[in-house]
Each structure stands twice: as C-alpha cells, then as structure tokens.
Ligand binder design. Structure first.
Ligand code: HEM
Length: 541
C-alpha cells in the first residue's frame, strides 16, 4: 500500500503532467514542416485529410512510441509490397515529425546517391546517439577507423581471424559458460544476454585491440557494460522529442555510458600510448594487428591530434561497441529461436547441424553456404534490431525521387516524391524480411532450413532472398564488418551446438517448444531484446 500511494502521490501526478505538457508543447512548437507531401500518405493519422491538426501531431508522435511497428506493418501491406512499391510516411518521436518509408524497389537507386543529396552520417548518429555517450566528437564526425575495418575485415582478410577467434571462443566458453556455477546434475543457469555478451566482448576485443588488452578481464567487463549502456541510453534518448528536451535530458541518459567509457580509457590509454610512442621512435613495424593498423591510419592523416592515445582508444571502443552489440543481439535471438523450437524439430535441426560441423571439421574446403549460415540468416531475418532502418537525411533543399506504382494492374505508373532538406527516409526492413512473396510460406515462423532448401532447389529464388535480406545494410554504407561478423557467428554457433546442451527456462508448449517464442516488444523503432531470458547449459563433451 505504502509503495502504491508513493507512486500515485499528487506530487508524482503533477510531475507527470508537467513532463507530458512539456513534451506536447515542445512537439507543437517544432518548426513548421510541410504538413503533407504529395504522393505520400501518412499512416497513423486521419487517412481522409492526411494532415496533422493542432492536437493530432503531439498525439501521433506520442503514440509512435508504441505504434511504430503496427504502422510500419500496415503501411508496408498497403503501399510498399511488390505489386505496388509506393512510399508512405509514419509519425515518429525519433525525428519529431514524419519519417518517409521508401519501398524496396528504390533501395539501390536511393542508397547509392551521393552524400550531398542523401547523407548517412547524421541519421546514423541518431540511430545510436553517440554524441551523448562519447566525449570526443572527432571520433564519430571523422570516422577514419571505418577505413581500417574495410581493409582488414574484407572477405579475403577475414579468414586469418578465424584461428585466433576459435581460441578466444574456447577460453570464453570455459570461463563464462561452465563452472563455478555448476549444479550437481551438471547444468549451469545463465542469463542469456550476459552470457553471450561476455563471450562476444572477449572475441571482439581480441580482433580490435589485441593482446595484452584483450586479456584484461576488468577491461572486458567495462567494455561490455559500456556497449550495453550505449544501447539502453540510445533507446531512451530516441524517445525524447528532438530539440531542447533531447539535448537537455539526453546527457543524463548518457551518464552511465560515459562512466564506463572512462573506466575503459583508464586501462586502454597507457597501452596505446606505449604503442604510439614505439611507432614514433621507429619501432613496432613488425606488429600487425587492428590496433597497429588504426595507429598507422591515424598517422597518415598528418594531424598530430589524431595520434592522441585517448582518441585512438575511443575509436576502438566505438567499433567494439558496434561489434559487441550487433553480435550479441543476433546470437541471443538465435539461441532463443533454436532452443525454443518444438522438441522434435529442434532435435532434427541439432542433429543436422552437428553432422555438418563434423563434416566441415574434416573438409579442407568449406562449403559456401551451409545449414549454419541458413540458421543464422533465418534468425537474423526474423529478429531485426529495428522496425525500419538504413536511415538517411535529405541534404539538399529539394530532392526528387522517382518511383513507380502498379496499383491498378495496368502496368507501372510513374510517381514522383519531392522531399525537403532534413527529411528522413528509411526502409521497411522488418516487413521486407517477413514478406511471403519473397521468403515463401509461413514467413513469421523460424524455419532454419529455409535458405539452404532454396539453394538446393536451384530455383534462383535464393539470390532474390539474399538481396532482400538487409541485416547488414545495403550499398556504399553496408556494414564493413559483415564478413567478420558472419564468420564469428558461425564459429560460435558451431561451438555451442557441438559442445553444449542448452534449454530455455520458461513456459513450455505441449509440443515441447518455448511458449513465448516469437514474442517481441517494440519501443518506438527498436525491438527491445529480452535481456532477462535465462538458460540452462551443460557441457556435452
Ligand atoms: C551481427 C553483427 C552486425 C550487424 C547486424 C551489423 C549491422 C550493420 C548495419 C545494418 C549497418 C549499416 C547502417 C546503415 O546503412 O546506415 C552497419 C554499418 C556499420 N558496421 Fe555493422 N553490423 C554488425 C557487426 C559489425 C562489426 C563486427 C563491425 C566492425 C568490426 C561493424 C562495423 C560497422 C561500421 C563501421 C559501419 C558503418 C559503415 C558506414 O557508415 O560506411 N559492424 N552495420
């Protein structure tokens, strides 16, 4: 009773009222944007007028916190599907106005436009809100570390990372997935998110900062916490309306991340300083790792400020965060998908995966596409980090985009969209990934054989499926870490399947499957991961 009355006290109610009022005023005062765009219907507001009224804008933006997923699904069904390919818009608190959702047919022509027309930078920063979490703006405004990823993690180069990654995985699983928590019956209870987080932090830090830093347990712990707090901080910051409310309250949500960042820097900077010094003294030419490549890239700028060890450490920490969170998000969902399947199907899949791992271990030549890839692709297809993605901002006063509409079935009509500076465009990736016309029947179901089956039929549809799988983006800003990410995910999945029995803890259906499988919560544009899911794991060998 006491706790209840404290929550609903008059002071709390007044405070809540003031906060809501401030949000409404802030949104209402937002600079006048064009109320409606020709040829673009806004889903989520009065469909007859397709216009915002005095109260509809704040209310639509507030509703976007819980309705974005539903609006994107409706918009995709009505406007974007293959038969139609029209753009639509959805109100979003993220931008404090509408975001324009373009149809899949425009992917290639739009995402390869020059930055002077459609800019990725600001929209990407808004996706992970780094300015609130990182103390040096040059790190994200001038991301020269991306060049190092492009070069060292190319398809050809990434193979050399497989052996050290395998070693790191063995150390990580032995340390984090087994004793000392083991019960008498050999099972260990783990929090899925944390347990996978620890494994991937170790692996990612090995590839990015190398020894001795990647063996420092304290640093690994801070780096994992930093990555996690960037994700949570971003989710909350994006729910604040842009403008004074976001810039005022955003730093508070970034405080935790900044604290973890300072702990990481305290450990990283002295080691990086030594490396920089060695290089400046003419030594260290024989060292060939990601850290060294980053230092060399910084030195090539000719700007002494780029050789600041703290700045270099932040560049690596930013990349580590992108890697850790991407890998952990994908893998925790994959564990949920595989071990949440109905028991008979799960056992069939595990047997097939283990047989494949055994074959691959013996073969010199690894298959181009395997059941491991198929399982991971299928899980990534179903578990998008966000509802819409690949955001870009219009960087010219007016941008014309031409498309087609085949609504009436009489061939394609040309359609022109006119966008203004600052308008944000996105693609409906979550709905594209669940499109029956592309991925076949039961597109909402986890079918780990889906991709490998299509490949075997040789129908050619497999190529279309892959082109429509946008987990790593598309075009010139597509993820440069994707080859490394896929290789590492594959190695990790093989390791778990071969070495562990895993069971999800939670309600079970009559078919032996996890009763809550496929249930997702979405906050604004982000699909919130289930960070409370617990598993029981037992070493098989
Ligand atoms: C499963 C893991 C990962 C996923 C799902 C993922 C996803 C993505 C996506 C969708 C983009 C494109 C964003 C856009 O177009 O706006 C992207 C960009 C990027 N990713 Fe990843 N990523 C993952 C792992 C990694 C790793 C391991 C690294 C580096 C070691 C990395 C580094 C980057 C960088 C630097 C960019 C920006 C590229 C640019 O703007 O030109 N990612 N990632």
């Amino acid at each position: 009773m006491m706790a209840r009355s404290a929550v609903f006290s008059p002071t709390t109610a007044l405070l809540a009222f003031i906060v809501v009022l401030a949000i409404v005023l802030q949104i209402s005062r937002k600079k006048r944007q064009r109320e409606s765009r020709e040829n673009i219907t806004t889903v989520g507001i009065d469909s007859k007028t397709n216009r915002y009224g005095i109260t509809t804008r704040p209310s639509a933006l507030l509703r976007s916190l819980i309705s974005t997923s539903e609006w994107a699904r409706d918009g995709y069904r009505i406007f974007s599907k293959a038969g139609r390919q029209r753009a639509f818009a959805i109100p979003s608190m993220w931008t404090g106005s509408d975001v324009v959702v373009l149809p899949p047919s425009l992917l290639a022509s739009v995402l390869n436009r020059p930055e002077t027309e459609l800019a990725a930078h600001h929209a990407q920063l808004d996706t992970i809100q780094l300015p609130y979490m990182m103390s040096d703006s040059d790190v994200y405004d001038n991301p020269i570390q991306y060049d190092v990823v492009r070069r060292t993690m190319s398809r050809q180069n990434v193979r050399s990372l497989a052996a050290p990654t395998a070693e790191a995985l063995d150390v990580a699983f032995s340390a984090y997935w087994s004793t000392p928590h083991k019960n008498d019956d050999g099972w260990t209870v783990l929090n899925n998110w944390d347990a996978c987080g620890k494994v991937f932090t170790r692996v990612a830090m090995l590839s990015l900062v190398g020894p001795p830093l990647c063996h420092d347990e304290e640093l690994l712990d801070w780096a994992r916490k930093y990555a996690s707090s960037v994700i949570t901080g971003t989710a909350f910051i994006n729910c604040l309306p842009p403008g004074w409310m976001r810039s005022g309250a955003g730093p508070l949500f970034g405080l935790q991340a900044r604290y973890y960042q300072s702990r990481c820097l305290r450990i990283m900077v002295p080691v990086i300083r030594e490396r920089v010094q060695k290089l400046q003294d003419g030594g260290g030419r024989d060292v060939d790792d990601f850290l060294q490549s980053t230092i060399l890239r910084c030195s090539r700028t000719g700007d002494p400020g780029q050789m600041n060890p703290r700045r270099i450490a932040l560049r690596l920490l930013g990349l580590a965060t992108m890697s850790i969170m991407g890998l952990v998000y994908v893998f925790t969902h994959c564990i949920g998908d595989i071990y949440g399947m109905p028991s008979q199907k799960r056992e069939e899949l595990l047997a097939a995966l283990r047989a494949e791992c055994e074959r691959e271990a013996q073969a010199d030549d690894h298959g181009e596409f395997s059941l491991l890839d198929s399982t991971l692709n299928e899980s990534m297809r179903l578990n998008n980090i966000s509802v819409t993605s690949l955001a870009r901002d219009v960087a010219t006063d007016t941008l014309h985009i031409s498309g087609t509409d085949s609504k009436h079935g009489h061939g394609d009509d040309d359609v022109f969209y006119t966008l203004s500076r600052g308008d944000r465009i996105v693609f409906p990736t979550q709905n594209m990934h669940r499109d029956e016309d592309v991925f076949g029947k039961n597109p909402g179901e986890f079918d780990p054989f889906r991709f490998s089956r299509e490949l075997q039929t040789g129908s050619g549809r497999f190529d279309d499926m892959c082109k429509s799988l946008l987990v790593f983006g598309y075009g010139k800003h597509a993820c440069p870490g994707r080859h490394y990410a896929m290789q590492t995910l594959k190695q990790t999945l093989a390791y778990v399947v071969v070495n562990y029995d895993v069971a999800l803890i939670g309600p079970v259906d009559s078919d032996g499957g996890y009763a809550l499988r496929g249930k997702r919560q979405t906050l604004l544009n982000v699909n919130v991961p289930n960070i409370d899911l617990k598993t029981r794991v037992r070493r098989r060998t």
